[in-house]
Structure formats: C-alpha cells, structure tokens
Ligand binder design. Structure first.
Ligand SMILES: Cc1cc2nc3c(=O)[nH]c(=O)nc-3n(C[C@H](O)[C@H](O)[C@H](O)COP(=O)(O)OP(=O)(O)OC[C@H]3O[C@@H](n4cnc5c(N)ncnc54)[C@H](O)[C@@H]3O)c2cc1C
Length: 412
C-alpha cells in the first residue's frame, strides 16, 4: 500500500452520508480521504419531525461543516449533478468536478405530496398545524382525522406516531375526534414482525385509534380520497398524509422506474465499479434510517478493504429497529427482515444501545454524544438472533416479504 490515500466522495449529508463518513473514519482513518457533499448546510434529524407539531422544539439540526471536519473529512456545500463512472469523476451543481476512487451516493429520496387536499408531513418544512386540524375534524359531521399512507408506501413509523400523538392532543384539548390510520400494509407495522405488529395493534385499540389496513388510497379528480380495493370514499373532516417517496436518479448511474439506484448486498451500484449507494435513494424497498446506515456500513467496509485495511467486508443484513413515539412510553421494535427471521420483538425496555431513534452503528453515538460503540443489545438485555439474507434479494428487492419462509435461513 502506497502512502497515497484513497479519495472517497460521499454525496449527501443525511443519516446515511454521515454514517458512511463516521464508518470510514473508524475503519480506515489513515487510508481514506473523505469529501462530503450536500446542497444544504445542516444535518436534519428527521425522525424527530413527528414531534414538531406537538411541542415548541424543532427537530434537531447539526451544522455539517464542523461535524464533517471533526470526522476528518472536507465538506463542500454543493449538490451532485452527475457521475462519470468510467472516469471516476463527479460533476457538481456549479459545474465543478471532483475526482474520486470510490463514491457513496446517499442523496435520500424526494418526498412528494400524494393528495392535493390533504396536509402532507414534510420533515424539513413547516410543521402541520395539529390543533387546527383536530378542531376542524371535531366540528365535521364524521368527526374524523385520518392519517394516510399513500398506496406506494412511505417511511414505516411516522403515521403511527402522528396518530398516537394526535389522539393524546385531542384529549388534552377535550375534543371528540375519531383518529384513523389508512395504510396499504396488511397489518400495522408488519415489517417489524408478527409480535411487534400485534403489540402495536393492541396499543392502537387501547387508544381508540381505528386502523384500515390493505387500503390503497388514491385521489379522484375532485381531490377526494378513495380507498381501494373497496372504492370507498374516505369520510374525514381533515386528512394528514405521508409523502410518496421517489428516487433522485443521478445522471450517469442506473435507476429503476421510480428513480431509485439499484444496489447489491455490499451496497455497490449494479454494473458500476467503485460507486456505492445507500439509504432512501437506493432501491431497498423499506425506507428507514437504520437500514440505510447498515447499507452505508456495508459500503464503508468494502471501501476500507479496497484501501488495504485487513477486514472481511460484511454484506448488508437488514435488521430493522424502531422506537415508536406513542405520547407515553416509547415502544421499541426490532426484527430481522431478511425473510423467515422470526416473529420480531417489541418492548418498553431498550432493545439496542445507544437507544437512539435511528439505530446506526456509528451515527447513534454521534447523535447521543456518547462514546462510540457499535449498535447492539443494551448491556443487561438479551440476545438478538439473526438469520441470513436471501442471497438473491438484491436482484428483486421489491419482492422482499418479511413473512415468507426463507430458503437461505441459517445457511450463511
Ligand atoms: C417523520 C419521520 C420519522 C422517521 N422515523 C424514523 C425512525 O424512527 N427510525 C429510522 O430509522 N428512520 C426513520 N425515518 C426515516 C429516516 O429519516 C430516513 O430513512 C433517513 O433520513 C434516510 O437517510 P438518507 O441519508 O438516505 O436521506 P436523508 O436523510 O434524506 O439525507 C439526504 C441528504 O442528501 C442531500 N442531497 C439531496 N440531493 C443531493 C444531491 N444532488 N447531491 C448531494 N446531496 C444531496 C440532502 O441535502 C441530505 O443531506 C423517519 C422519517 C421521517 C420523515
């Protein structure tokens, strides 16, 4: 290995971009020179955006420049426009160019409103005005405030958190409002496994929140929302929707029909050498920060190995961890989602450590200000059993089904 450091370009200063940077610092501090690009100067801790409408505190924001510098990288406040995979050159939105040996594309997804007459949760925008919506719903003939997940899906947790927090707020305001969740999922939060889903369903029932599952909400020409497959009109005094997520296809890289970048189990962009992608912008079907960090870690390990560090790069093995904000004690959920990975688990106790809302091996410690240590079970708690990911998942990621039996369970 020569003294020359490997030049790594990270595009994106969100959850996965920061995780990739921190992972490289940890794994290959002397062998990699990292540059992180982002068009905005701040890291926004999006999961806390669900609490913005319910309290005075905005979601946590961190200045990227000092954070990147502290991690030994250079920050460039610019967007990525294009990648030339043959020349290993990135073109930025001001026309300037950066050469790289390896690049990790972590540009997230574009969040689009799916319904014109609903309020849409935009984590970096104005918080929804929940008190006004609850009042409007309570005065309406149906007395209902509906929280809708678009038919194409969205992030898994926030619709449940918003509904639970809204139910609590309605009680505080002494308003009579029926809170409903409309979701295409076959069961509430089934991606976290059967046991966790049952626990969430019980919690919602106790709080009087109705859930309409397997519902494909679409908009009519007049702006009303119809629920398929029953072709039933959604009767509600007010509607809050999650956005639809679309990939930000990067010129020069492959993308699926929705703009998401196809990756393999080491987060390598399919058919492109030296370029990786991770997070909401990649084609893994579940958009969740913790899973994005696991893809970023897989990419960082592969890059560190290529830079000469002695390690065997581990493939991305998705274990989903979610801390559901309920308006009372948070409910911790965890499941191996590679297929046939058991029933999942839910607990009021911590299931991982540090107990951040986004469970990232390196990011959690950074966000918590704690001493860096890998995400794992908390000291006094039990063991997590992992089952290997179907080797073929990356060829057909949309077909991933957490409830399906896995052919590969236990063989790798
Ligand atoms: C309300 C809410 C609650 C959530 N709760 C949880 C939770 O509890 N746990 C969990 O794990 N996940 C949760 N999520 C999901 C999680 O926030 C996302 O999955 C995660 O932020 C995705 O990370 P990312 O780095 O891929 O994208 P982002 O975090 O969106 O970051 C993308 C970055 O790329 C930058 N960028 C955009 N375009 C370009 C470009 N052209 N060039 C360079 N940079 C660019 C952006 O400025 C940004 O810095 C939640 C999401 C929301 C909205």
């Amino acid at each position: 290995m020569s003294d020359e450091r490997m030049k790594v370009l990270i595009a994106g200063g969100g959850v996965t971009g920061i995780e990739a940077l921190l992972a490289l610092r940890e794994l290959a501090p002397d062998r990699v020179e990292a540059t992180l690009l982002a068009p905005t100067p701040e890291f926004v801790y999006k999961p806390l955006a669900v609490e913005e409408p319910f309290g005075p505190e905005p979601a946590t924001r961190l200045e990227l420049a000092p954070l990147v510098a502290e991690a030994g990288g250079s920050f460039v406040q610019r967007g990525l426009r294009r990648i030339d995979p043959d020349e290993h050159v990135a073109e930025l939105d001001d026309g300037s160019r950066i050469e790289f040996d390896a690049a990790i594309v972590c540009v997230g997804a574009e969040a689009r409103s799916a319904f014109t007459k609903a309020e849409t949760l935009h984590p970096s925008g104005q918080p929804i005005e929940i008190d006004a919506l609850l009042r409007r719903a309570s005065e309406h003939e149906f007395g209902r405030l509906a929280f809708v997940v678009p038919a194409t899906g969205s992030w898994p947790l926030p619709v449940y958190e918003l509904a639970l927090l809204a139910e609590r707020r309605a009680r505080e305001l002494s308003l009579e409002v029926r809170i409903s969740i409309i979701t295409p999922e076959p069961e509430p939060l089934i991606v976290f496994g059967r046991l966790a889903s049952d626990a969430v369903a019980s919690l919602l029932a106790v709080r009087g929140i109705e859930v309409r599952t397997s519902a494909r909400a679409r908009e009519e020409a007049d702006g009303s929302i119809v629920l398929g497959p029953w072709e039933e009109r959604l009767d509600a005094g007010a509607v809050v929707a999650l956005p639809e997520l679309r990939g930000r296809a990067v010129e020069g890289l492959p993308a699926d029909e929705h703009g998401f970048i196809p990756i393999d189990e080491h987060a390598r962009v399919l058919g492109v050498s030296g370029v990786y992608a991770a997070g909401d912008g990649a084609n893994f079907p579940i958009k969740h920060g913790g899973l994005g960090t696991q893809q970023a870690d897989a990419a960082a390990e592969q890059i560190a190995a290529d830079a000469g560090v002695e390690l065997k790069p581990a493939p991305f093995h998705p274990v989903i961890r979610g801390k559901l904000i309920t308006g009372a004690e948070s409910l911790n959920l965890q499941a191996d989602i590679a297929g046939g990975g058991g029933e999942g688990v839910s607990s009021l106790d911590y299931l991982w450590w540090p107990p951040q809302k986004i469970a990232g091996k390196y990011l959690s410690a950074q966000l918590g200000g704690a001493t860096p240590r890998p995400v794992g079970p908390p000291p006094e708690h039990g063991i997590e059993v992992e089952v290997s990911l179907d080797r073929e998942w990356h060829r057909e990621p949309m077909a991933l089904d957490p409830l399906a039996p896995s052919d590969s369970a236990g063989d790798g």
